[in-house]
Write a protein that binds this ligand. Structure first.
Ligand code: 5GP
Ligand code: MG
Length: 470
């Protein structure tokens, strides 16, 4: 059973379309980059909910047309789950479906910081839990609510939650979407003809030719049924916005619109700002495909250096973070990238990377680039040093694993074996993001946790304890 679930995920929902499940399959496919460990779709047809889920990517779990034929219904929700090291299993694939005065299905992106407290409170009341996951807690809270309408029941439940959550839920008859009051994770609303769509990122709307309408607001709960769309707001005073800046740095696809702006535009600005702050005396700029392509283009543009494709990525190898343990991570880097010798030979190379977490990727790439004949290697990183764990859904779990927490910049440069190393400044980064100041969570860079760290720490310790027991 999974313990310590980090919900770094993609979510999607459809209301009012005869082919809801297939649309959801396509949407999840566009959100595959947000998690490829497991996925699932739950479909409502007015009287029941059917679900199909499993381990693997969308194309593996939904590998036969008959699967969609069985998932008949006009509303659907879907989920892609990102793995955590050491955790299994199919039982944790989402959406979770439970029975409480009818069926409820839930798909969650984010990470709650008060799950442990809520769970023990409910266990004292006699509740039985099958997993340690946040989503199960949410289902219990909905089941316990004395409210009558589904909107009020869900509102009752989510107002108890602390932390990061973008949620897509359904009953047999309703599609429900909600975002936490800080707005940590993205979630947007779209329309396809008369059908309503919700998605983590707008690239999932594009793939089904749906129209982007707006973001689901922080603190907003939306209920969609045959009477149309109703919206509710949590009445607690809205805290400041705390959008995860890492969505702009790494997670989201460049063709998406999140937090009300284009990822491509913001990421390119990061690259330009990086070139201003950290110039390099070099011949060419290369990226670490695909995640730093956009920032590298920005760097090249601003610096006037030529952008080259110096590394080719094999797209058929999963993400570096997915395998547990440092060794296999290193092996993954080797099979994932190959240098283009003709491009690199004899050159002074700027390599733009979107982020350094443990330093694994760049250490191996630097050696590879050197062996391919590069004369100098200058690493430029389009975010500041990552020094602190994330408690709101990103997979940097402990300080120890973060190289910038242990080493100075000069020590990191040495560890990577490169000629120079420069990071984007925190101020410079914030300046590039839409709305700038006070709209983002930057805790992984500055330890300023928008939700008190004590609560979050408790959660982390619990999870680590569980991890040890797995
Ligand atoms: P490192 O190799 O330093 O541990 O991690 C940095 C590399 O992993 C970068 O290439 C970056 O694009 C990527 N990366 C950063 N954060 C994440 C994450 O949360 N998950 C995955 N799979 N990759 C990440
Ligand atoms: Mg990368």
């Amino acid at each position: 059973m999974d313990q310590g679930v980090k919900h770094y995920c993609g979510i999607f929902g459809v209301y009012g379309h005869a082919d809801a499940a297939r649309l959801t399959g396509l949407g999840l496919n566009a959100l595959q980059h947000r998690g490829e460990e497991s996925c699932g779709i739950a479909v409502g047809d007015g009287s029941t909910i059917r679900v199909h889920k499993g381990m693997g990517q969308v194309s593996e779990v939904f590998d036969r047309p008959e699967i969609f034929d069985r998932l008949a219904g006009h509303l659907a929700i879907g989920h892609n789950r990102y793995s955590t090291t050491g955790s299994d299993t199919a039982a944790n694939a989402q959406p979770y479906v439970a029975e409480c005065r009818g069926h409820i299905a839930v798909a969650h992106n984010g990470n709650l910081v008060n799950t442990a407290a809520l769970r023990s409170e409910m266990q004292e009341d006699g509740a039985i839990f099958q997993t340690s996951s946040d989503s199960e807690v949410i289902l219990h809270l909905i089941a316990k609510s004395r409210q009558t309408s589904i909107g009020d029941r869900v509102m009752d439940a989510i107002s108890r939650l602390k932390g990061a959550y973008s949620l897509v839920m359904s009953t047999e008859k309703h599609l429900i979407a909600a975002r936490d009051p800080h707005g940590f994770r993205p979630l947007c609303l779209g329309q396809l003809g008369d059908a309503w769509i919700v998605a983590s990122e707008s690239c999932a709307l594009d793939i089904i030719s749906a129209r982007y309408i707006r973001d689901i607001e922080p603190g907003e709960l939306v209920v969609i049924d045959q009477n149309g769309l109703r919206t509710y707001f949590q009445d607690e005073e809205a805290p400041r916005r705390a959008h995860c800046i890492f969505e702009f740095i790494y997670f989201s696809r460049p063709d998406s619109m999140i937090f009300g702006d284009n990822v491509d535009k913001t990421r390119r600005k990061f690259g330009k700002q990086l070139a201003i702050e950290q110039p390099a005396d070099a011949d060419i700029v290369i990226s670490v495909p695909d995640s730093s392509n956009t920032a590298a283009l920005g760097y090249a543009d601003q610096s006037g250096l030529r952008f080259e494709l110096g590394l080719i990525r094999n797209h058929y190898v999963g993400r570096t973070f997915i395998t547990p343990g440092q060794d296999s991570r290193a092996a993954r880097v080797r099979v994932k990238f190959n240098p283009v010798r003709g491009v690199l030979k004899g050159k002074r190379v700027v390599i733009v990377e979107d982020s350094i977490v443990r330093g694994t990727t760049l250490r191996h790439l630097a050696r590879m680039i050197r062996e391919a004949g590069a004369r100098q290697i200058h690493v430029r990183v389009s975010c500041p040093p990552i020094v602190s764990p994330c408690f709101y859904g990103i997979d940097f779990q402990t300080e120890k694993e973060l190289i910038a927490n242990e080493k100075t910049i000069e020590e990191i440069r040495e560890h990577l074996g490169v000629d120079s190393l420069g990071y984007l400044s925190l101020d410079g980064m914030i300046k590039c993001a839409p709305n700038g100041d006070n709209h983002y969570c930057t805790a992984c860079f500055d330890r300023q946790y928008p939700i008190p760290v004590e609560a979050a720490m408790g959660k982390l310790m619990l999870e680590n304890g569980h991890h040890a027991a797995v």
